[in-house]
Design a protein around this ligand. Structure first.
Ligand code: UDX
Length: 456
């Protein structure tokens, strides 16, 4: 078993640290945030991630994991130091590497024995060559430090499971010793390991994420066309999925991809290509489709309603996907301001994301409208004129078509996640619009005197 330090306790770092401890390594997680360190020491996870807290408590109690702000003591005699700090997107699409640089400097000033630095954060191809040189330039002691690439493929909401049962571990090294050590560290996981060069490993991360983003944008593009030609995107996806070359995953059309990875990594790879004098046309197209997709439902609704002014608008789901409290690049963040600007009185429900959302849009007046957070879906729907579904939470899926009809003042639903069957909504008397499928007959709302509808 090895002595491992992990820099950064976000989704990538903390989950990696806890899983290394779980398989028996001795782990120290380093973060600059004192409060966060204290919380983690007491067995509380600073992020919402299924199964993480249980594993933290188990490994805290077993003494296999500790948390500290004292990077020097954590790094000085570690066999391997994993870096899992953020590489946020900059306005030009490039990755901000300042957090990595800070950690690299701290490592150079702390290590007293030979060690392997393993970069888990997503970094532009070639960055780890530079990180290695940077550390060497600032080394205080006469020790050998190598840098390896070990990109992370976990998805939020299933991060622990994805780490312990990963489909593959990618390791990118430039020496046999580094490759051997990483193989040994991962041995107790019993997972397939793909060992390549450092640059190829860095590229695998971007190429994988951007391929998935492309797949989603492609389906959204086809979905928009389905609506125009009278086809159904879910039937189309089902038919496609039987072809093993296409596969059945990531074929769900919706209001676009969000989160901390796809939007950032598509822009970053497009930027890397541009820097190298190459135009990455496919990825560029995926970004373009996604940008338009996010407000697709709002645009549809704006055509249908003369105004949102003074209407009660139920918003179900705020996070970028279910199972996480993360709002990064969520469709809600684009649509809510548009609705507020148009004078909508929003009643928003999200089982875990409301608190974070309220930091961006505090409860009360906003734009020409207002926003209220409710902990109960019924309260959002009661007397509502319109409902937007942005996240397919289980709690939202559990709402029956009849409930919309019974609770809403005018049962008009815009579903960005294709949760319901169109015929069931039609039968229940709900006017229902989704992505890439037929809408219910518009007659449903004909009798309503409460809503001004356009004939379009
Ligand atoms: C993703 C990758 O899955 C993971 O391998 C990588 O390490 C980080 O990025 P994550 O961002 O947590 O993980 O979420 P994911 O489940 O992949 O979904 C990303 C976005 O795509 C979400 O907004 C989701 O709603 C959307 N999506 C996903 C679709 O619109 N349709 C789909 O079929 C699948």
């Amino acid at each position: 078993m090895y002595k491992i330090a992990v820099a950064g306790t976000g989704y990538v770092g903390l989950v990696a640290g806890v899983c290394f401890a779980e398989v028996g390594h001795q782990v120290t997680c380093v973060d600059i945030d004192k409060k966060k360190v204290e919380i983690m020491k007491s067995g509380i996870s600073p992020i919402y991630e299924e199964g993480l807290e249980e594993l933290m408590q188990k490994n805290n109690a077993a003494g296999r994991i500790d948390y500290t702000t004292d990077y020097q003591s954590a790094y000085k005699d570690a066999d391997a130091i994993f870096i899992g700090v953020g590489t946020p997107e900059q306005p030009d699409g490039s990755a901000n590497l300042s957090f990595i640089a800070t950690v690299a400097r701290q490592i150079a000033e702390s290590v007293v024995k030979d060690c392997l630095v393993v970069v888990k954060s997503t970094v532009p191809v070639g960055t780890n060559d530079k990180v290695e040189q940077f550390i060497k330039d600032f080394l205080i002691n006469d020790v050998k430090v190598e840098v390896a690439s070990n990109p992370e493929f976990l998805a939020q909401g299933s991060a622990v499971h994805d780490t312990l049962h990963a489909e593959r571990i990618i390791i990118g090294t430039e020496s046999k010793q580094a490759e051997h050590l990483l193989m040994k560290i991962y041995e107790p996981f019993h997972l397939p390991i793909v060992s390549v060069s450092r640059r190829s490993a860095e590229m695998i991360k971007y190429a994988s994420n951007d391929f998935l983003a492309l797949k989603i944008s492609y389906m959204n593009d086809i979905a928009n066309l389905c609506e125009l030609v009278g086809a159904d995107i879910q039937d189309v996806a089902k038919g496609m999925s039987f072809d093993e070359r296409i596969g059945s995953k990531f074929l769900n059309a919706g209001i676009g991809f969000g989160g901390s990875c796809f939007p950032k990594d598509t822009k970053a790879l497009e930027y890397i290509a541009r820097q190298n004098g190459y135009e990455l046309k496919t990825v560029k197209a995926a970004i373009g489709v996604n940008n338009e997709q996010k407000t697709m439902l709002y645009k549809k609704a704006s055509k249908r309603l003369i105004t949102f002014n003074g209407l009660k608008v139920a918003v179900l789901g705020l996070t970028f996907k279910p199972g996480t409290d993360d709002l990064r690049e969520a469709a809600s963040l684009e649509n809510v301001p548009l609705l507020l600007e148009q004078g909508a009185n929003i009643f928003a429900y999200d089982p875990v994301g409301a608190e974070n959302f309220a930091k961006v849009h505090p409860e009360g007046r906003g734009g020409r409208g207002s926003i209220t957070y409710v902990s109960n879906i019924e309260h959002a729907l009661e007397g509502a004129n319109v409902c937007f579904i942005f996240t397919e939470w289980g709690e939202v899926k559990a709402v029956t078509p009849e409930k919309y009809k019974a609770l809403m003042r005018t049962p008009l639903v815009y579903d960005g996640r294709n949760i319901y069957r169109v015929d069931k909504m039609q039968e229940a008397g709900v006017e229902y619009h989704s992505i890439g499928r037929k809408s219910t007959i518009r007659e449903v709302l004909k009798e309503s005197k409460n809503l001004e509808l356009q004939n379009s």
